[in-house]
Design a protein. Sequence first.
Length: 611
Amino acid sequence: MRHFLLLVVYFLYLIQNVHATENRLDMAAQRRATNIHHMDTIILLTYVSIMVLIVLTAWAFKHYRLRFIHESGVTLFFGLLIGFVIRYFGLGLLESQTFDVITKNRTIVKEPPDYLMLEVKPEGGSRVSFHYELIEGFFADKRKRKEQQIEQKSVFSPEVFFNMLIPPIIFNAGYSLKKRHFFRNIGSILAIVFIGTTISCFGTAFLMFIFTTIFRMGFTFKELLFFGALISATDPVTIISVFNEMNVEADLFALIFGESALNDAVAIVLSQVIENFSTASEAITLHDVGQAVAGFGGVFFGSLTLGFGIGCLNAFVTKMTLIAEHPLLESSLFVLISYISFLLGEVCGLTGIVSVLFCGIAQAHYTYNNLSTESQNSTKHFFHMISFIMESFIFCYIGVSVFVTNNQKWNFGFLLFSLISITAARAMFVYPLSFVLNIRRRPQIPKRYQHMILFAGLRGAMAFALAARNTATENRQIIFATTTAVVIFTVLINGGLTAWMIDYLKIKHGKDAIEEGQRLERGMNNLNQSENPDDPNVPVSMAPPGLNPWDKAFLPRKWYHFDASFMKPLLTHATPSLEQTLPPLCLPLTSLLTSNRQKAGETSTPFEDSD
């Protein structure tokens, strides 16, 4: 009996200890979750507070017409300041409670550690610290624990840029495109985008290869070609914002905006193609070049077709349904389908950026005219607002990353050569390409435009995101750090001096540019014989002086005719309807594809592009 009682007491003691251990584990888990939530909230509060300050600063710059430095430059400065404070003062808020378990001696802990560190020394190598954090997982590093924790809590994954921050910016570029001037200069824009970006990519790579070979920096040509591709992506935010405020000449605006809006997509495809064959061999062969060209064409035009098709599908859905009676649902459908164009492009192995850009162009050209007035206004304002917020956040984050990101390796010689190379490579295509285009182009691209195009080569969010996506090697870390520095330098220097450069080059702006644009538009409208400002029936010889006759050429004329007789009647409520534009043989089908509003011969709003 006595032994039985002792056994019962022992089991009760064990049960009590088990419950006590479970309680400690539960408390430890709760403490960990509370700490993580607290730290994440502090980081988000810091970024949102900075964004509020950025908005107020942008208002002050616009209100007081301060042009010596743009708000993008101030946003970068705020980011640098916050990164400096986080890195060197730490705020005492980013560290979690941790335990170091030393394997040399037996150490007893009463609850699971948040953080473990194990140092190993490979044969013939230096010691490496392996860290394990319960939430974050394993990784190997030599850095101090505090630096690592700061980076983990304040640095975002590169996938966040591509999947969340970049798509609305690119979509807004297509959705807010000033199509009238854009398509009048489309030949020159496409030449600059495709030929110019390719020349810039290879030119930068060749020049950097010469420099790095002379100074024995240990870069392969493929790494430099990748750098040339990502650094060729120019950013339109700062320059275009200044151009809008100063109302510069419409053709120059179209050329620079068109290049910036489209060459991001070209740079992404180029970098992906280079990445795909960069590990195949040590030397680039003719077969590699052929594969790159074929891959570039397939990915780019496949993404273009996908995005444009999804935009047209949304236009058809909004036309054939009565969803416009519910503006909230209509706007929600518009936003979701636009985002699907990006995701589907990525899933299909194409480029979501190209897809979402051309989805935006299609939505602006067709879907916009099917939306209710409320949805037209809400979608325009929503994408303009979200694009501004995302761009500002990215510029702020670039500044923060300079101090808190530990996967950057600085090489100031490489940075200096990069600034020289990207400027020279841009000049390699701006002046020769303008000379070739001017042979047939009317009006020609004047020298002052060419100088401004060269100066407007700012780098921004896309170049930064591409560089941050892969920092596995030391050379990639140098490329990432150099890209960050180039972004900061061009935004601060080129962006800050844009207004001065416009005056120095005697580029028309303000009242003079507005009056000139109105004169050309009046001449165009007087010559047109229909409501369509792009009517193809007006002869080229009748075009007013200074008007680009590209839109009267053969291919554009055929496209305008096809668009007016088939695409617009199919995808919008525009009249004449398909019943009137297609042969009577198609009548049964065209009747199904014609909305009641078209049959009544009226539209809810005048057909217009969302300029």
